[in-house]
Ligand binder design. Structure first.
Ligand code: HEM
Length: 485
């Protein structure tokens, strides 16, 4: 018995050593395995990916391979070379990693579903007439939630709260009511979802403590129950985005249990980014008075009194608000674009160098570091400049350069290529509408004018919009006269 254990351990040790003795071959990117066998840089990566990858960039340049929990990940940080990864759908694959994530995070398996079918369905439902119906329903819900939130307050009575909680809960609930059309449980779904969302990074990295694991499992179960509409369990309900999504899953041969679980995936995809984005945007405005003044003066020029049935944001362009949104997303959207190398590939960099990528490795683009925080592209990249995306004549600025070359990707909050955000237009409209409603209906100020924006939670890099570590205390009241700014 002892001998068997001894031999097994020896075998395991040899395997670990063999695996960790990988060396850099000719034409491969610089290799950095880290000191810990198998784990490599996993701990540093999970703790603060932006800090870790900045350190690697300073050491190795725009391309390097790191070992992370048994995987070799080639990180590419030159936006002029991104298309080599984004456009290669033959040698690089994203479906396998995605499937793994769906199973791990959402307990979801969709074996019968054609991989691109879901995306096609989503695209149909977030454009044209469907999009304008969804957007106007969203605006209606935002307005009524904002006003009903204040119905018990006297006319000039101030209320206090955290800006993040305010933005996340209002946008989440309005989005939920728009897409899921359930009026009875929005508050409960929001509270349960926040518990799940708070632990999402740990679920994805498989690093939950036993207690956290219990919380996630119970939240997930609870959300599956709360989201399950009566018509999935035999009843009937009005036709909604959610209902037509479930019908689509049925047509794809997805069973009732997986249909229920897929609703949580869609809740997360559609509701987890807009609230945090609105928080950062308003937070930057509150902490940068010159930006707030520029936005207010742009909004004052909109002729919203002319015809109250026409939405002023639809009938007027708002270049300053657009620039503020782009600048906010540049600073706080931190997606990672991951691919698996399914066939050996030679990657051609924009500087003419070629690198070999090994089959079985992973490739990762992290646009947050470059282009978004790259000082060669954006001067003083850590600083919020509300007019960064404006030309002098107030037209949108879309020409940025690196190494003298004009950039196709100068900010990438929405991802790129085949995985690009499908809800971009819906999200932009919703966030702008939310900011507009807040500024035109509420007086809002920081509880302590000396406060600063909270820092970002560094464990959320790679999961879309960043979230703050803490909140910004604000006080607000209904304006006595709407639209007076
Ligand atoms: C500020 C807000 C948002 C940001 C920054 C954002 C960003 C992103 C990014 C980066 C992706 C690609 C993810 C990947 O490569 O894995 C994505 C995908 C997607 N987003 Fe968004 N998003 C936002 C809001 C929304 C909203 C409001 C909706 C819908 C109501 C939405 C719907 C989707 C869908 C359906 C996908 C596709 C997922 C897939 O390919 O399966 N997004 N989003």
């Amino acid at each position: 018995m002892l001998w068997t254990i001894f031999l097994l351990l020896n075998g395991l040790l040899i395997l670990v050593l063999l695996y960790s003795t990988r060396t850099r071959r000719k034409n491969e990117p610089p290799l950095d395995k880290g000191l810990v066998p198998w784990l490599g840089h996993a701990l540093e990566f999970g703790k603060d990916a932006a800090k870790f990858l900045s350190r690697m960039k300073a050491k190795h340049g725009d391309i390097f391979t790191v070992r992370v929990a048994g995987h070799y990940v080639t990180v590419l940080l030159d936006p002029n070379s991104f298309d080599e990864v984004i456009n290669d759908t033959v040698r690089l694959d994203f479906a396998r990693t995605r499937k793994q994530h769906l199973r791990q995070i959402f307990g979801l398996q969709l074996p019968s579903m054609e991989p691109t079918a879901q995306r096609r369905w989503m695209e149909q439902h977030f454009r044209g007439l469907c999009l304008s119906k969804l957007s106007s329903s969203m605006t209606g819900h935002l307005q009524s939630l904002l006003l009903s939130d204040h119905k018990d307050c006297g006319p000039s009575e101030w209320r206090q709260g955290g800006l993040f909680s305010l933005c996340y809960s209002l946008l989440f609930k309005a989005g939920y009511l728009t897409l899921f059309e359930r009026r009875d449980n929005a508050e409960e779904v929001y509270n349960e979802f926040r518990k799940f969302d708070n632990l999402l990074n740990k679920v994805a990295r498989d690093s939950l403590s036993r207690e956290e694991s219990k919380t996630v499992n119970s939240s997930r179960e609870q959300l599956w129950k709360l989201l399950c509409p009566s018509w999935l369990s035999g009843g009937s309900e009005t036709s909604s985005w959610q209902q037509s999504y479930s019908l689509f899953l049925q047509e794809q041969g997805v069973d009732a249990e997986m249909q229920k679980r897929a609703l949580l995936l869609q809740l997360w995809t559609t509701q987890c980014n807009a609230g945090p984005a609105a928080f950062w945007l308003l937070g930057y405005l509150l902490t940068h008075p010159e930006a707030m003044e520029a936005i207010k003066s742009e909004l004052r020029c909109l002729h919203f009194q002319e015809n109250p049935t026409i939405n002023p944001l639809e009938s007027h362009s708002t270049p300053v608000l657009d620039s503020v949104l782009s600048e906010t997303l540049r600073l706080t959207a931190a997606v990672m674009i991951n691919r698996e190398v399914v066939q050996e590939k030679t990657l051609l960099m924009s500087n003419g160098q070629r690198y070999r990528l090994r089959q079985g490795d992973r490739v990762c683009l992290f646009p947050f570091l470059s282009p978004q925080m790259d000082p060669e592209i954006h001067q003083d990249p850590q600083i919020f400049k509300y007019d960064r995306f404006l030309n002098e004549d107030n037209t949108p600025k879309d020409k940025f350069y690196k190494d003298g070359k004009i950039l196709k990707y100068y900010t990438m909050p929405w991802g790129a290529g085949k995985n690009m955000c499908i809800g971009k237009e819906f999200a932009v409209t919703a966030i702008k509408q939310f900011v507009f409603l807040l500024l035109t209906h509420l007086d809002m100020e920081m509880c302590d004018p000396r406060d600063k924006l909270p820092p970002v939670n560094p464990t959320r890099y790679g999961f879309g919009m960043l979230q703050p570590d803490g909140d910004l205390r604000v006080r607000f009241r209904l304006k006595t006269k709407s639209y007076e700014m």
